[in-house]
Design a protein around this ligand. Structure first.
Ligand code: AHG
Ligand code: MN
Ligand code: MN
Length: 318
């Protein structure tokens, strides 16, 4: 089934409003254009080139960070979205004015992978118009696109499961990939940047010690590790076959709350994870219950297969 028909059905069934659906259609058009740019990287432009600016968090901006955001803003400005909250903007950007939804985006996740032909993506969260900063629990819809060997989309509404789509390059349309996805409770695969292990706090360190002991350790199994360096790519894998993703806080200066941002990275990921039967936490509670204090605030993000997540949460309680 095409994304277009899927959205028509969600609208008809009352699972999504007109403005939510029109924002999703605009995001899909922007994503197809971003995927086209990515495929031409190095041919028509160097999209991984540093362009001299920095974003809200002090990260140096790449050409594609800016181009992706321009495309998203352009397409959303004729949709039912009132404001855009973006990693690349200090403050909310007014769009149509009277729309009933706010869209939060990480226009281009995985910037460090642009120039090395590794999967990158766009993360989005749709919230009801009202306060700019709302807990993730309020999300009307959320999802992310990946630009890799295939261009894909995973999407969920407040009601129902997570649905995956793949872009058919011949039709220029996203098509459903099977039925709703769920993240299996058990896994033997985890994703963390182990280079920071000497900086981790005790709960993550204790869990990892147990994991690395393999079959003879407390969890009585061996594990595999993966770390792409693009949240979207690690997350896509976890939504397909299970796993655990961790970007915890650590004791590096400025990293007490990890690196990922609550509003447009962790919150949409947590929304998808819960809809897929998994857990997403900062260590103490659900990511979705956190009231943001600022647009770019960071949060420790741990999500994925429930068995490992329960162990991690238990370790955080002590
Ligand atoms: P962004 O490109 O939007 O700044 O996000 C990059 C994030 C995330 O995608 C990834 O999981 C993480 O940064 C990687 O961080 P490390 O380089 O510290 O591993
Ligand atoms: Mn990101
Ligand atoms: Mn980004």
């Amino acid at each position: 089934m095409s994304l277009s028909l899927f959205l028509d059905e969600a609208l008809g069934a009352g699972r999504a409003s007109d403005d939510t659906v029109s924002a999703l259609r605009a995001l899909a058009v922007a994503a197809i254009e971003i995927a086209g740019l990515v495929q031409r990287n190095g041919i028509s432009a160097d999209l991984g080139e540093e362009i001299g600016g920095t974003n809200s968090d002090g990260d140096s901006q790449k050409a594609l960070d800016v181009r992706a955001e321009e495309l998203i803003t352009h397409h959303l400005s004729t949709s039912g979205a009132a404001f855009l909250l973006s990693e690349e903007q200090d403050d909310p950007v007014p769009l149509a004015g009277d729309g009933s939804v706010i869209v939060a985006v990480d226009p281009l996740d995985g910037s460090s992978n642009i120039s090395v032909n590794v999967t990158i993506g766009t993360i989005f969260s749709i919230l009801p118009a009202g306060p700019m900063l709302q807990p993730g629990r309020n999300q009307l819809a959320a999802g992310f696109f990946t630009y890799g060997p295939q261009t894909t989309l995973i999407l969920a509404f407040a009601e129902g499961g997570c649905q995956c789509f793949v872009l058919d390059p011949d039709q220029g349309e996203f098509l459903t990939m099977g039925g709703p996805v769920s993240i299996p409770e058990q896994t033997s695969e985890f994703a963390i940047n182990a280079a920071y292990s000497n900086h981790w706090f005790p709960p993550v360190r204790a869990w990892m010690d147990g994991v690395l002991e393999g079959k003879s350790g407390p969890y009585k199994q061996s594990y595999r590790m993966r770390w792409v360096g693009s949240l979207v790519a690690d997350a896509w894998r976890i939504f397909q076959r299970g796993g655990v993703f961790l970007y915890p806080g650590d004791d590096r200066p400025g990293n007490g709350q990890g690196r990922l941002r609550l509003v447009y990275e962790a919150s949409p990921m947590a929304f998808l994870a819960e809809r897929a039967g998994a857990i997403a936490t900062d260590g103490s509670g659900s990511i979705l219950d956190i009231e943001p204090d600022s647009l770019h605030q960071r949060v420790p993000l741990i999500f994925g297969s429930a068995v490992e997540l329960r162990r991690l949460m238990e370790l955080h309680r002590h």
